[in-house]
Ligand binder design. Sequence first.
Ligand code: ADP
Ligand code: MG
Length: 368
Amino acid sequence: MSSTFTPIAALGEFGLIDRMKERLAGIPRSENLIEGIGDDAAVYRAGDGVLHVVTTDVLIEGVHFDRSFIPMSFLGWKAISVNVSDVVAMNAKPLYATVSAGMPRNFSVEMMDGLYDGMAEACKAYGMELVGGDTSTAHALYLSITVIGEVREQDVVFRRGARVGDYLCVSGDVGGAFAGLKVLLDQREQLQNLGEAYEPELDAFQYVIQRQLRPRARLDIIKALREKGVRPTSMIDISDGLASEVHHIARRSEVGATVRIPAVPFDPETRAVADQFLDEVDAYALFGGEDYELLFTVDPKDVPTIDDLEGVSVIGTMEEVSKGVRAYSPDTGLMPLHPAGYRHFEGPGDLPESGLDLDDLDLSGDGA
Ligand code: ADP
Ligand code: MG
């Protein structure tokens, strides 16, 4: 055994994944494997003209969520949704899920009920089934979910398909989930500073809190695109932040990109939160993660159709690779766009307890 100890932080999350890929390079590759490590989901041939996609995402207490912030039913919903989001990012339909649950000793049967009610609700909303899993004791609540989806061979969309001249589009609005997190963290701090007498003000921020605690995967958007006859040339879901995902599409497609900042959509409530914290709302929209919206490129011929589609905004264009990834605003002109975004092993430490009571809030939103 080697006596060298290199901390994994030295590689960072993406460097680490590249390194893992290198270690696996010796495994003979099946001729049915179409896409392995490197996209939102792996893709393999399941039958004549039919592809399956498979993705796994983990949610760990103290890393991805704070148990005192999020009602268990929302956590169950979110755990399914973040996986479905990766399936949808391949332009595929989710079919089956399995779940591995690690539960600490202070977890109750009632909490487990809430968790599974939330997962059941999400499965119904996305038209899929939960077919198995594994159960274990753990030091902190841990959920690892795998989802398998299906797509016709001619419909699959990768991160790597963008071409120079394509238009860059985003669904819904961005920055809301980050604004929701800011509100939750701030209210917790107030509660800790001012004690029990403090009444947390959450009602005015229902939309952004919902964006943080109960995101929905945009299965509706890929359905709408298909109905309109638009097949994106590339696609990714926004988990780490819009800027970071533009970089992923650009790198995998070997093109550059220009994002028009004034075209990036955000909700008025997101702006209100940014204003309250004296932050730039554009920073929330570009770098805040966890919106689970879709970022995709389309051929110029599809732009008129996209313009007619509710819930999709054209936010930029794809350029020659030599131009790099840039942002344009009338104030600053063209500037390089830093990927930023959340990186495991580089982010802040564990989240402390909140003491916020969210049970009375109606955050169920408008479903999937
Ligand atoms: P996403 O944000 O869409 O879930 P990630 O950034 O987590 O994507 O992962 C990027 C790629 O790396 C995916 O193809 C994923 O399957 C792969 N990957 C991530 N972690 C591992 C791992 N521990 N071992 C092998 N592949 C991994
Ligand atoms: Mg993804």
